[in-house]
Design a protein around this ligand. Structure first.
Ligand SMILES: Nc1ncnc2c1ncn2[C@@H]1O[C@H](COP(=O)(O)OP(=O)(O)OP(=O)(O)O)[C@@H](O)[C@H]1O
Ligand SMILES: [Mg+2]
Length: 373
């Protein structure tokens, strides 16, 4: 186990009566890429600003490499920062911009020149050293902002939506660049985004925040496949959440009763939430790609199935999505059914389904997750 080089314990922040950050514990390991993910207003920037020393907590402590820095000035923390609007100095050349933090640290001029050039090479832009920021594209400016923050080798880099201002293609490219630089430098990175795909592709671990609290902390896989709350299941990727009641639980498996599922034994599912117990009303999470479509008959043993009417078909490039309405899931007869989404890789020969058709939806027990709240 690597020693955490950032330790946050019991850290909290209020603005008047409003709790922007409830008491929060978070350990970030040396060299880890940790992402703070969550909806707008969930407290991501609040937490990052406290770590950076740009604002002060009401309670709790922040340790960097074992040293308590909770009330220390930002420059005492050995932290680099990159924000959404790169904030390069417009009247300085690229080289002067990158050299700035070195000047502040009174680095010898000749050594500084070398460090600036190696930082520029790191972001693949050695040829723009003498240009001004206005002579660069948005993506190039963001790379220079990254170079400026890396040049003095801080032990932790904090980034708050650094790619938010870039278009999709550039953002995808920059995600790879930041990952590469992270690999090469081995710096600890705490990264903020509200884009779940970005968080999934970049992070070692994701800290998903909701209303000033940590909703779940874990690997991208943990959050996507083993969510412990409906909020987490819903936030990451598309999800179908069906009402069910727990019949029995054994370890990390449950049997649930569900409207529309044939057989007295109900359906089986996985469970990662300690609150899910016998008799409890739960949601059954089924990811769209795990719903298998069949037109009646021929489903294997132990496979739960429900029927639903096809209401729409959408081809989104590589994937086809079927929108369905389950007649029974809504409960009472005549009630509008529960909406479901199923997806599968698009076929070159087109699809074989017709709107209005009734289809069977089957899933494997280990692809379903029961969640309490
Ligand atoms: N200086 C302040 N005074 C009062 N309330 C504040 C202040 N700064 C932040 N807040 C409130 O604290 C909450 C958390 O804000 P924060 O900036 O941490 O959210 P965020 O998760 O970064 O959101 P976004 O994705 O929109 O950047 C918000 O409701 C915000 O309005
Ligand atoms: Mg923010």
């Amino acid at each position: 186990m690597t020693v955490a080089n950032l330790q946050v314990s019991g850290l909290s922040k209020r603005y008047g009566d409003f709790v922007a950050l409830a008491p929060t514990d978070l350990d970030v390991a040396q060299g880890e890429f940790l992402t703070l993910l969550g909806p707008s207003g969930s407290g991501k920037t609040t937490l990052l600003s406290l770590i950076a020393g740009l604002s002060q907590p009401d309670a709790g402590a922040i340790r960097i490499n074992g040293t308590d820095v909770t009330y220390g000035a930002p420059y005492e923390r050995d932290i680099g920062m990159v924000f959404q609007n790169y904030a390069l100095f417009p009247h300085m050349t690229v080289a002067e911009n990158i050299a700035f933090p070195l000047q502040m640290r009174r680095t010898d001029a000749q050594a500084a020149r070398k460090m600036v050039m190696s930082a520029l090479e790191m972001v693949h832009l050695p040829h723009v050293a003498e240009r001004y920021p206005r002579e660069l594209s948005g993506g190039q400016q963001q790379r220079i902002a990254l170079a400026r923050c890396m040049v003095y080798r801080p032990s932790i880099i904090l980034m708050d939506e650094p790619l938010g201002a870039l278009d999709k293609k550039l953002r995808d490219h920059m995600q790879l660049e930041i990952k590469r630089i992270h690999r090469e430098l081995g710096t600890t990175i705490v990264y903020v985004t509200h884009d779940q795909e970005e968080a999934m592709t970049m992070s070692d671990r994701i800290c998903l925040m909701n209303a000033g609290e940590i909703a779940q902390l874990g690997t991208p896989d943990d959050l996507y496949f083993r969510p412990t709350s409906v909020f987490v299941a819903d936030f990451l990727g598309e999800s179908n959440l069906l009402d069910a009641t727990v019949l029995e639980r054994a370890g990390d498996q449950v049997r649930v009763a569900m409207a529309g599922v044939e057989g007295a034994s109900g359906a089986e599912a996985m469970v990662y939430d300690p609150q899910v117990e016998r008799g409890r009303a739960v949601k059954l999470l089924l990811r769209p790609q795990n719903l298998h479509i069949h037109d009646g008959g021929g489903v294997g043993d132990g496979v739960a199935t429900i029927s639903a009417r096809l209401t729409d078909i959408m081809v989104t490039g590589g994937m086809t999505k079927l929108y369905l309405q389950s007649s029974v899931m809504g409960g009472q007869a005549g009630e509008v059914g529960k909406s479901l989404v199923a997806s599968f890789p698009t076929h070159r020969r087109g699809n074989r389904f017709e709107i209005g058709q009734t289809l069977g939806l089957a899933w494997r027990a280990d692809d379903a997750v029961a969640i309490a709240g």
